[in-house]
Ligand binder design. Structure first.
Ligand code: F0G
Length: 471
């Protein structure tokens, strides 16, 4: 960084989307009308939108240009082959199915892998357990809808905010193997490696850990799926932190990481930088039967398997975005921007999970100790942040975790975190300073922030539509 205090944005902005500031009085009214649920706000009423980094970022010139070259043929489009060849080049995977987004890939591979176990081994899916370093909500939800139990096997300090460690997204490999033996390996239809681990704070997984996990999977004949939304950020952390990778390119680290999986599922809305799109890819012929079954299910759920849920131009745009998302300078800037935000928050006494890939995760439980978990401190903090500054964010917390469908009891949650997700190349350092200033105001008033209670609570995926009021 030579003599500069921070890395400036490595791009010029060419298109402007105006946003407006509103009054506190107006924001108090609309958040109350939205049932104290930021998901129900209109984006017109949001000044800085940190709800998600998914499909919300800027696109590159290359991506815009590629979009114009779309071949919209119903089957076998040229754009499909460009995407397929790009996947082969970047990840080394032979077979590709485009999907409309990440969960489009999940709704195909999850039932296919479960059915494969049922058919081949005559097993009951009710006894099946799937493992991950940490399942993203939709991966968890679709596994459960398909009859399996889920089990997260993360490192024990993953949610301990006081612990800093290079690869907090890692699997606990001992626990993974122990649990596989407990349930019986034949009852494990797949393992999901989520890189980076969104739910533990955008924390990376090391090559060493992926390798160890894959050895265990192979020993017990269990297919491994790489949940690849933030693959490039993960590769950047490996380059910066894992011994032996300092002089290896993001491209070569990515190629190596994907040796330790059999199937790639991707929400292309993150590191591939597109507003919409996803991928489901199979490494080689060892799971050719899975590819064939997935193609069939794709026809019914997403579209003909050479377009999935996507138009030709969108497939070209993913191909370009996969390359641009791996740019070394871009990744260095992006990770530095998250670190800048976390440093700024910590400096004013707002404690955060150590800086990860795509977001800052504020410890809302620590900031609002007078609000118990069942009154949702992270959601209360989100509402206060919106009232104070028009900033929108979401909790990775008890509110999101929901209830056990069998007992109706609130599921325990390892931490009450507020996620400030940073859309790609969209907000500047000045916006980050504004967020930090807003937190100072929120912190000084924190004792007056009240917990929340439901006025309407849906049974599943409640965080999207629930309504609450202040206690
Ligand atoms: N896997 C991970 C790790 C994710 O973070 C997401 C989405 C998905 C799968 C599903 O992909 O949205 O394209 O269907 N995460 C978004 C977020 C929604 O805000 O973190 P999708």
């Amino acid at each position: 960084m030579d003599f500069f205090s921070h890395l400036p944005e490595p791009y010029r902005v060419r298109v402007i989307e105006p946003v407006k500031r509103t009054t506190r009085e107006y924001r108090e009214k609309v958040i109350a009308e939205s049932g104290m649920n930021p998901f129900l706000l209109s984006s017109e009423d949001v000044f800085i939108d940190l709800l998600s980094d998914s499909g919300t970022g800027a696109v590159t010139q290359n991506m815009q240009a590629a979009m114009m070259k779309g071949d919209e043929a119903y089957s076998g489009s040229r754009s499909y082959y460009i995407l397929k060849d790009t996947v082969q080049e970047i990840f080394g995977y032979q077979y590709t199915i485009p999907t409309h987004q990440g969960r489009g890939a999940e709704q195909i591979y999850i039932p296919v892998l479960i059915r494969k176990r049922e058919k081949e081994k005559g097993l009951d899916r009710k006894k099946m357990v799937v493992f991950s370093n940490y399942f993203f909500d939709t991966t968890q939800g679709l596994s459960q809808i398909n009859g399996c139990t889920i089990c997260n096997v993360y490192e024990k300090y993953a949610f301990d905010i006081s612990v800093n460690s290079d690869f907090k997204g890692n699997f606990d490999l001992d626990v993974l193997e122990e649990k596989i033996n407990e349930v019986g390996a034949e009852n494990v239809p797949f393992i999901v490696a989520t890189i980076t681990s969104n739910s533990t704070g955008g924390q990376p997984v090391s090559i060493g850990n992926l390798k160890g996990m894959y050895q265990i999977a192979q020993k017990y004949d269990i297919p491994v799926v790489m949940d690849s939304a933030r693959f490039a950020e993960n590769a950047y952390f490996i380059q910066q932190r894992e011994s032996g990778y300092q002089n290896v390119s993001i491209e070569n680290i990515t190629l190596e990481a994907y040796k330790y999986a059999d199937i790639l599922a991707m929400s292309a809305k993150k590191d591939a930088m597109v507003p919409i799109g996803g991928l489901l890819c199979i490494k080689d012929d060892s799971y050719l039967d899975v590819f064939t079954e997935c193609q069939t299910l794709c026809v019914a759920l997403e579209g003909f398997p050479t377009y999935g849920g996507l138009e030709g131009g969108a497939m070209e745009r993913i191909a370009a975005g996969l390359h641009d998302g791996m740019n070394q300078d871009w990744l260095a800037y992006r990770i530095a921007q998250i670190q800048y935000l976390v440093n700024g928050l910590e400096a004013i006494g707002v404690s955060c999970q150590q800086a990860g890939g795509h977001a800052a995760y504020v410890d809302a439980g620590a900031l609002l100790p007078h609000i118990p978990a069942e009154q949702f401190p992270a959601l209360a903090l989100a509402c206060e942040l919106y009232k104070v500054a028009g900033i929108r964010a979401m909790g990775i917390d008890s509110f999101l975790q929901g209830r056990d469908p069998r007992t109706g009891k609130q599921l325990p949650c390892p931490a009450e975190l507020l996620r400030l997700a940073i859309p790609r190349a969209t907000y500047t350092q000045s916006h980050m300073d504004y967020v930090i200033d807003s937190f100072l105001h929120v912190k000084n008033n924190s004792k007056n922030i009240r917990g929340l209670t439901f006025t309407y609570e849906p049974e599943v995926l409640r965080h999207f539509t629930a309504k609450l009021r202040e206690i």
